[in-house]
Design a protein around this ligand. Structure first.
Ligand SMILES: [Zn+2]
Ligand SMILES: [Zn+2]
Ligand SMILES: [Zn+2]
Length: 217
């Protein structure tokens, strides 16, 4: 394994997680895993308009042959998003760092966002990163022979767009500004405060982002 990023300290587990959770860097590409500047920027930067254009096209493609029964599977996929948001953030994105490989994986997948939470071009997942995750989930649906994996994935992706748009607003604007949005402002303000606690006070707690729940934190 090459040491492609000189700014990452040597993999001493305690210090690396402390560094990730305390370091505040302006731009993700200042501390990225890819060797060259070109790949660093191309694979790290995710301007919000890209996923907001790309994923609706994929959803359209997946559900174009709309029949009434598909609507149910889209709805089930949509609801399935909520536990997935929590479980992925809690157990995958914040997986225990026990050595060099888990450290790299953690940093690549999510640590980078904790290092540079103000880089608005890395709040939305880069398309290839979410794409790989969506593909794995789709394959799991196929393996378990669920009736309509495409509709299920579409429901998940529709809710993903809602989730990452909220995530973006939280990082782009203060809770006070967000609260001024009509109808949903007050709720989003609560989500904003909760996610800011996750970033700036205790990254080992407060894992729900786009919703507030009394039994999932
Ligand atoms: Zn965040
Ligand atoms: Zn996190
Ligand atoms: Zn909480």
């Amino acid at each position: 394994m090459s040491t492609s990023c000189p700014k990452i300290p040597t993999p001493h587990v305690d210090s690396i997680t402390e560094w990730i959770y305390s370091s505040k860097t302006e731009h993700v590409n200042e501390v990225r895993l890819y060797k060259t500047k070109f790949w660093n920027i191309l694979l790290t930067k995710s301007p919000p308009f890209l996923p907001l254009l790309f994923w609706p096209l994929i959803i359209y493609y997946l559900i174009i042959s709309l029949t009434f029964i598909r609507f149910y599977w889209i709805l089930i996929g949509f609801i399935l998003w909520f536990p997935i948001e929590y479980l992925f953030h809690r157990f995958l994105f914040h997986l225990p760092v026990i050595g060099y490989h888990s450290q790299k994986f953690h940093f690549f997948l999510h640590g980078i966002h904790h290092v540079a939470p103000n880089d608005l071009w890395h709040v939305f997942s880069p398309i290839h990163e979410l794409g790989i995750q969506a593909l794995i989930v789709w394959i799991i649906f196929k393996i378990f022979q669920l009736p309509d994996p495409n509709a299920l994935i579409s429901g998940l992706l529709i809710n993903y767009i809602r989730y990452d748009s909220i995530h973006y607003l939280i990082h782009a604007y203060s809770p006070a500004k967000i609260s001024k949005l009509p109808l949903i402002g007050n709720y989003l303000r609560k989500c904003s405060i909760h996610h800011r606690q996750h970033h700036f006070s205790n990254p080992r707690k407060h894992f729900t982002i786009s919703f507030i729940s009394s039994f999932l934190d």
